[in-house]
Design a protein around this ligand. Structure first.
Ligand SMILES: *[C@@H]1O[C@H](CO)[C@@H](O)[C@H](O)[C@H]1NC(C)=O
Length: 503
């Protein structure tokens, strides 16, 4: 009886487990294209200045001061004309106009221009957000029905309205004010006037929006106007390459942080040089007795003793001047599978900002550390952080690559995006996931398991440990729980999280 019950229990457990395994093994991976979306052209076209035929008979009077504010197809830099008063330059400076295209060597201009435009197209596609799409709700509006005397008004919260032209037969109340009211007995004239409303923000903010109420008797529509500077591109010139392949030295900088372990670091550098003899290596070093690392294309930055893990990453990455930065730990070893080109290809061809590889241990086992991270709202006590091993979906065209939220500490990232998220220098000891949590809404993260770097053995027999190893372990893995505490404190306060679950 007892045995039976045990067997039964085992069966009850085993059957669901095997079903679960079956499910995991047979689960078909969803493959998704993450190539950049086509960015739409200019929102404002010239149709308002050249009206449809049904409005062409309506006469109007243009207001030059408002017209001037409309975006034009091509801007010009011309020094403003000024009065020539004595000491003007000394007192208030001199108007100037500088042509940046002159900074490019004339014989290289054509090629440089072509590269810039290509990078710009890619940048626009990557930074395009469908939220910015201009959507016009087609007219199904009561304005089409009234046959006499109609009135509409627009109400802004932080800007003012005006008109670019005054249309005959329309009465305007409130020009240059927060609320503008238009009335006319003629529907066409009123509609034409509505095409010529201008909005001016009165509060200066680099990126905000105004909510506009659009009203006519008994009906209100609400829409928003984005008030913001355009995105300033940050493009990297990887130089002209004669071959079709990527020039890794021009595109990638390898960054690492070291602390005491110069033997390991030297092994890393030697292994990199076997495959990439001219790629720049940046080393952030916070050892107490720093040693100079010699070699071409190496930049070593010394930091105060024990500044720590993330401070070092921050410093190293801040010195990168290439489009991409490859993060490696100082005890990694490049091998024939460490193909940076493959990771570059992924970032060049998709909207991903960061792509991780795989780290192979001495046992042959390798890890990609793919994580799905989510935040669940948790009320007054703070939110809940959830991390799960796994990924969201496979990337079309890259069968070895998936989209995830966090990856292993061997990754290629867009320098620009990495700087934006940054590595919190308060995290001085073991930290990794924290960067991906800070970057959750900023970074589009991927992981490819066919780009592999070796990990120098972590297994140290006590009698084979050198003095340096012992010292390193003391700092890196402190006995006290103070560093864990600090991590948790930061989650609690900085990220406003109350707890974390995971697997
Ligand atoms: C690759 O880039 C490096 C650094 O910018 C440059 O010195 C080298 O000439 C380039 N190589 C090719 C083949 O274009």
């Amino acid at each position: 009886m007892r045995i039976n019950r045990k067997l039964c229990f085992v069966l009850v457990v085993l059957v669901p487990v095997s079903f679960f395994c079956f499910h995991v093994l047979t689960k078909s991976d969803k493959v998704v294209a993450v190539w950049n979306r086509e960015a739409p052209g200019n929102i404002l076209d010239n149709t308002i200045l050249q009206p449809e035929s049904k409005y062409s008979h309506i006469s109007l009077k243009w207001k030059d001061d408002v017209l001037e504010l409309l975006p034009k197809n091509s801007c010009k830099c011309e020094a403003e004309a000024t009065l020539n008063i004595p000491f003007r330059q000394e007192l208030i400076g001199k108007p100037f106009a500088v042509d940046f295209s002159k900074a490019v060597e004339p014989s290289l201009f054509e090629d440089t221009y072509r590269r810039r435009e290509q990078e710009y197209i890619n940048f626009k596609m990557r930074s395009y957000n469908p939220v910015d799409k201009f959507i016009v709700a087609a007219a199904n509006s009561p304005l089409q029905y009234p046959v006499q005397g109609l009135e509409v008004s627009l109400l802004a919260t932080i800007g003012t309205f005006d008109v670019a032209a005054e249309v005959d037969g329309v009465t305007i109340k409130g020009a240059s004010e927060k609320q503008i009211t238009l009335s006319s007995p003629l529907l066409d004239n009123l509609n034409r006037q509505l095409q010529l409303i201008s909005y001016t923000n009165t509060i200066f903010h680099p990126n905000t929006a105004d909510t506009i109420q659009f009203q006519t008797s008994g009906h209100t529509a609400t829409f928003t106007i984005n008030v913001r500077h355009p995105i300033i591109p940050k493009l990297y010139d990887a130089g002209s390459s004669t071959s079709a392949k990527y020039n890794i030295s021009a595109l990638v900088t390898i960054a690492t942080k070291t602390f005491l372990r110069y033997d390991k670091l030297q092994n890393l550098i030697n292994s990199i040089r076997k495959f990439y003899p001219t790629v720049t290596i940046i080393i952030a070093d916070d050892s107490d007795t720093p040693q100079k690392v010699e070699g071409a294309f190496i930049e070593q930055y010394f930091m105060p003793f024990g500044k720590g893990w993330f401070a070092g990453r921050n410093l190293a990455i801040s010195q990168v001047s290439t489009k991409y930065v490859l993060w490696v730990d100082d005890d990694f070893i490049f091998c024939s599978h460490t193909k940076i080109e493959k990771l570059v290809e992924v970032l060049e061809k998709t909207s991903l900002d960061l792509v991780g590889g795989a780290v192979r241990e001495i046992t042959g086992y390798y890890t990609t550390y793919r994580q799905k991270i989510s935040i669940q709202p948790g009320g007054k006590e703070g939110d809940c952080l959830r991390t799960n091993q796994g990924y969201h979906h496979v990337i079309e065209g890259f069968p070895n690559c998936v989209v995830a939220d966090g990856v292993v500490n061997f990754f290629l990232g867009r320098t620009e995006k990495m700087l934006k998220v940054g590595f919190d220098p308060r995290l001085s000891r073991v930290a990794h996931l924290e960067f991906f949590i800070d970057g959750l809404r900023e970074l589009h993260v991927g992981s490819c398991d066919d780009v592999i770097v070796d990990h120098a053995s972590k297994i140290h027999l006590p009698w084979s440990q050198t003095q340096t190893d012992k010292k390193y372990s003391k700092f890196r893995y402190p006995k006290t729980s103070s560093s864990k505490n600090l991590q948790h404190e930061l989650f609690y306060f900085k990220n406003r999280l109350k707890c974390m679950t995971g697997n």
